[in-house]
Design a protein around this ligand. Structure first.
Ligand SMILES: NC(=O)CCC(=O)C(=O)O
Length: 260
């Protein structure tokens, strides 16, 4: 099974959802015109890290953002890994990933589990209480948000549950972009799955972001990499490769979970 994917390595205007909605509208249209069947957006594409103003900016229960992405998905018959958005939930503010199928149905909602203290998330957000796993077009998949990739046990859980594709959405600063690449490669190799990772570009008052969005195959080879400009990265994945790699080195049979 093959799939054509567009990663939107976009700039995000700090604290201005209206401008960012218009941007995403155009990017999704361009991606579909280029033949993409799936579009992946970065972390907090609607507000950026304007956490201090989440009380006025965050979307109540992510209703408006879900509706916006759902309309786009239906209109263009495309699946959207909707990055993450600022959600004003009943439990508090969350950094929430939305996954929408090509019929506009919300198939998965995941709020970031690991809050990143270096960017003050712990002061403004509450952590999610969701599983990372979901099924999309019959493919076992999982979604993670940025700092989550530093917790291999969290991604491993999804691989053990059967995930063949892991989506990662991020606002990862340029200053640690080597960590980004290395961690993603390790997650792909150790879990023998595709890693599809979309990072933003541009800057906000506190950080310059690094781009380098990428698609990594289950052998850990980079199929496509985004560099450091604002752009759409088109890539194709072949899911049969996951089974081939898992057969060649059968780590899921060989692991001795009773020892660790
Ligand atoms: N937005 C994030 O979670 C950033 C994580 C990050 O930069 C890291 O080094 O980890």
């Amino acid at each position: 099974m093959q799939k054509k994917i567009a990663l939107i390595q976009m700039d995000v205007t700090y604290g201005d959802p209206k401008v960012n909605f218009a941007r995403v509208n155009k990017w999704v249209k361009d991606a579909v015109q280029s033949g993409a069947e799936m579009v992946v957006l970065p972390e907090l594409w609607d507000t950026g890290y304007d956490l201090k103003r989440f009380d006025v900016l965050a979307d109540k229960d992510a209703h408006a953002t879900t509706e916006f992405l759902s309309d786009l998905a239906k209109q263009h018959n495309v699946t959207i890994i909707g990055g993450s958005v600022a959600e004003d939930s009943k439990d508090g503010m969350k950094n929430t990933m939305l996954v929408i199928d090509q019929n506009g149905k919300l198939v998965h909602k995941y709020s970031k589990l690991h809050l990143f203290q270096l960017m003050d998330e712990h002061l403004h957000l509450v952590e999610g209480q969701d599983e990372a796993d979901f099924e999309l077009d019959g493919v076992p998949s999982a979604g993670f948000i940025c700092y989550d990739i530093r917790f291999p046990e969290w991604l491993r859980k999804s691989a053990v549950n059967g995930a063949k594709v892991m989506y990662v959405v991020a606002e990862w600063p340029k200053s640690r972009i080597d960590h980004w690449r290395t961690l993603l490669q390790a997650r792909a190799i150790e879990n023998q799955c595709y890693v599809i990772a979309c990072n933003r570009i541009g800057s906000d008052p506190n950080n310059e972001f690094g781009g380098m969005s990428l698609v990594m195959d289950p052998w850990g080879e980079i199929i496509t990499e985004g560099g450091s400009e604002e752009k759409m990265i088109l890539s194709e994945i072949d899911l049969d490769k996951v089974d081939e790699v898992r057969k060649r080195i059968p780590i899921f049979q060989d692991r001795r979970a009773e020892w660790y």
